[in-house]
Design a protein around this ligand. Structure first.
Ligand code: SF4
Length: 541
C-alpha cells in the first residue's frame, strides 16, 4: 500500500491521524505501507525536467505500481493537491478512466467523512469514519476479493458489504434544476453509509507520533491522542460533532506513553478536539513537568484556565496562550453555543497575565449566522478590554470567515457575501490598527469562499476542481461563478437532499435542525452528559 498525504512532508507529518494510520497499516503482518507526499516546488521542477513519475519515500517505487493507494485527507484546501499528485504519478484523474483493478485508489479522513462528494469522481472508494476497526476489516475483505476479482468492477462489487465503504460510482444522482432530486444506490449498495466510530478507544493503541522529525509544525514533539470528540456543542464546529460522543483514554496508559515518548524527546504534545476537558489533564501534565519535559496542548478551552492549570502550562514551557472567544458579543456567543461570558474572558486573561504568560492569541469568526455590525464592533471593544487585562505583552488577533460545515447545526447556512465580509473586516482593522501590542491576521475571504464550495458542494463541484487545476481558481470561478455561488452563498432548504445526507454519522438530522432553531433564538444547549443523555442519537444507552 501507499499512504498519501496531499500536502508537503512538513504538513503531513504534523498530522497525528496520518501518522497513526501509517502505524496501524504497518502493524498488520500482511501489509507493507509506504508514504507519498506532495513534492516541494523544487522537486516538482526536477520531476518535470526528468519526466519522472511520483514515487514513494521508502522504496522509490512509482505510485501507480502499488496495489492500493490510500489518501488521508483532513482538509478541503488540499483537494487540488490530489489532482497534482495524480498528475505527477501519471494516473488518470477520473475513476471512470481507470479500468484496471490495480491500483485501487481510495481516501479516508475527516474531510471525506463529512462530505466526499466534491472529489467523488476521482476515487474508486472512500472509507467513512474512524480507522482503527475499519482498516483491518477492510483489508481482510480486500485480500479475499483481490485474488478472486478479475476486473475493477468485480473488485468493487466484492467490497460493497464492508461497513464504512462508499463506492461513489455505484450511486446515481439525478437533479431537478440545481438541487439533488434523487441519490439512488445501485449494484446492491446500501442506501446509507454508516460512519465508523470506535466505541472503546482504550481497546486500541494510543495514536502517537512514532516518527520524530524536525520537519513538522511540532518539531521533534511526541504527539499523543488523549481524547476524541468534544461534548461542548459549538454549533459551527465540524470536529465537535463528527467525533461525538466524547471519549477519553485511560490515564495510566497515557502516563506510560508519555514516559516512553520522553525517552526520545522532551517535547510532548497532547492532541484531541477538547484536550483541556480531559479528566486526567493535571496528573498527565505533571508527569511531563516532573520529568523536565515541555508541553503542548492542541486545544485549550478558556474556562479550563484556572490558576493551577496556568501554572502547569507555564512550567511546561508555554509562552503563548491561545483562546477562542469566536464572537465579540455575548448574544452571538450564545447563538454559536460557546457559553462563555465576557466576565470569564477578562478573568481568564488576567490569570494568564498573572501567570507571567506575555503572549496571547485570540480567534474570532466573522460572518456567523445572525451577526450584525454591532457584533463586529464588540469584537473591537472586547479585544481592547482584553488588552487592558493583559497589562502589556503581545496580542495576535486572528479573524476567520465562517465556513458552514456538514453535520453541524449550521450546515444549512451560506457563506456571507464577500463585500459584506470585507466591510466587517475593515471595521475591525480600523478599530484596532493603531493599537500598539496588537497584531491582526485575516484568512483570505476568497480562500474561505473556496473552502465553503469544497465543504458543502455536491459531486458536480469535481468539474470546477478540474477546471481550477487546469486554469487556476480565478479562471475556474469566472467560468462557473453562478454554480459556485449556488453552492457557497445560498442557504440550503430544510427539505433539500443535502449532498452528504447518505452518510450516517448517527447524529439525528432533526437534532441538528433543533439546534439551528435554538441558535436563531440565541438559546444555549448544555454540554454532553455521556451515559445520561440520548438527545443527539449518538449514545445508545
Ligand atoms: S447523545 Fe448526548 S451525550 Fe451522547 S453525544 Fe449526543 S449530546 Fe453528547
Amino acid at each position: 500500500m501507499c499512504l498519501v498525504y496531499p500536502n508537503s512532508y512538513f504538513v503531513g507529518m504534523s498530522n497525528l491521524g496520518f501518522q497513526a494510520v501509517y502505524h496501524i497499516l504497518n502493524s498488520l503482518d500482511y501489509v507493507v505501507c509506504e508514504r507519498v507526499f506532495l513534492p516541494d516546488a523544487g522537486d516538482i521542477r526536477e520531476f518535470d525536467r526528468t519526466n519522472t513519475c511520483l514515487f514513494s519515500l521508502e522504496s522509490q517505487r512509482p505510485l501507480a505500481e502499488f496495489d492500493i493507494i490510500a489518501f488521508s485527507i483532513s482538509f478541503e484546501e488540499d483537494y487540488l493537491n490530489i489532482l497534482k499528485i495524480f498528475d505527477f504519478a501519471k494516473i488518470p484523474f477520473l475513476s471512470s478512466e481507470r479500468n484496471k483493478a490495480k491500483p485501487l485508489i481510495m481516501a479516508g479522513g475527516v474531510a471525506v467523512t463529512l462530505n466526499p462528494e466534491p472529489i467523488a469522481d476521482f476515487f474508486d472508494l472512500f472509507a467513512v469514519g474512524e480507522g482503527e476497526e475499519f482498516i483491518p476489516e477492510f483489508l481482510d475483505a480486500f485480500r479475499t476479493a483481490y485474488h478472486k476479482a478479475r476486473t475493477k468492477q468485480g473488485l468493487l462489487q466484492a467490497l460493497i458489504a464492508a461497513a464504512g465503504v462508499y463506492i461513489p460510482s455505484f450511486y446515481h444522482i439525478s437533479y431537478q434544476g440545481n438541487l439533488i432530486k434523487e441519490f439512488k444506490p445501485a449494484n446492491g449498495s446500501p442506501e446509507k453509509i454508516k460512519s465508523r466510530k470506535v466505541k472503546n478507544l482504550n481497546a486500541f493503541p494510543t495514536p502517537a507520533s512514532n516518527i520524530l522529525t524536525n520537519e513538522t509544525n511540532f518539531r521533534n514533539t511526541y504527539l499523543l491522542e488523549v481524547e476524541r470528540g468534544c461534548g461542548r456543542g459549538c454549533r459551527f464546529c465540524a470536529a465537535g460533532f463528527v467525533y461525538l460522543p466524547p471519549r477519553e483514554r485511560g490515564l495510566q496508559s497515557l502516563k506510560d506513553e508519555v514516559l516512553e515518548g520522553m525517552a526520545a524527546t522532551k517535547k510532548i504534545g497532547f492532541v484531541g478536539a477538547a484536550v483541556s476537558e480531559y479528566s486526567g489533564l493535571k496528573p498527565l501534565c505533571k508527569t511531563v513537568i516532573e520529568n523536565a519535559g515541555e508541553l503542548t496542548l492542541s486545544s485549550i478551552r478558556l474556562d479550563a484556565l484556572d490558576q493551577d492549570n496556568l501554572q502547569l502550562f507555564k512550567n511546561g514551557g508555554y509562552k503563548t496562550m491561545t483562546i477562542a472567544p469566536e464572537a465579540g458579543s455575548e448574544r452571538l456567543r450564545d447563538v454559536i453555543n460557546k457559553r462563555i461570558s465576557e466576565k470569564d474572558i477578562i478573568m481568564s486573561t488576567s490569570l494568564i497575565s498573572k501567570a507571567g504568560i506575555q503572549k496571547l492569541k485570540l480567534y474570532f469568526i466573522i460572518g456567523l449566522p445572525t451577526e450584525t455590525i454591532e457584533d463586529i464592533e464588540t469584537i473591537v471593544n472586547l479585544v481592547l478590554k482584553i488588552k487592558t487585562a493583559m497589562h502589556g505583552g503581545l496580542i495576535t488577533v486572528s479573524i476567520n470567515p465562517f465556513i458552514p460545515k456538514p453535520f453541524t447545526p449550521f450546515q444549512w447556512c451560506g457563506y456571507e457575501d464577500m463585500e459584506s465580509l470585507k466591510n466587517k473586516m475593515d471595521i475591525i482593522k480600523k478599530g484596532l490598527k493603531i493599537e500598539k501590542g496588537i497584531k491582526l491576521s485575516f484568512l483570505s475571504l476568497r480562500q474561505g469562499y473556496i473552502q465553503t464550495l469544497l465543504s458543502v458542494g455536491d459531486r458536480r463541484v469535481g468539474k470546477i476542481l478540474l477546471s481550477a487545476y487546469a486554469k487556476g481558481w480565478k479562471g475556474a470561478l469566472k467560468n462557473a461563478a453562478a454554480d459556485a455561488d449556488f453552492y457557497a452563498n445560498r442557504p440550503r432548504g430544510f427539505s433539500e437532499i443535502l449532498p452528504w445526507d447518505f452518510i450516517d454519522t448517527v447524529i439525528k438530522k432533526e437534532y441538528l435542525l433543533e439546534e439551528y432553531e435554538r441558535a436563531l433564538k440565541a438559546q444555549t444547549t448544555p454540554p454532553c452528559n455521556v451515559g445520561k443523555c440520548v438527545r443527539c442519537g449518538v449514545c445508545d444507552i
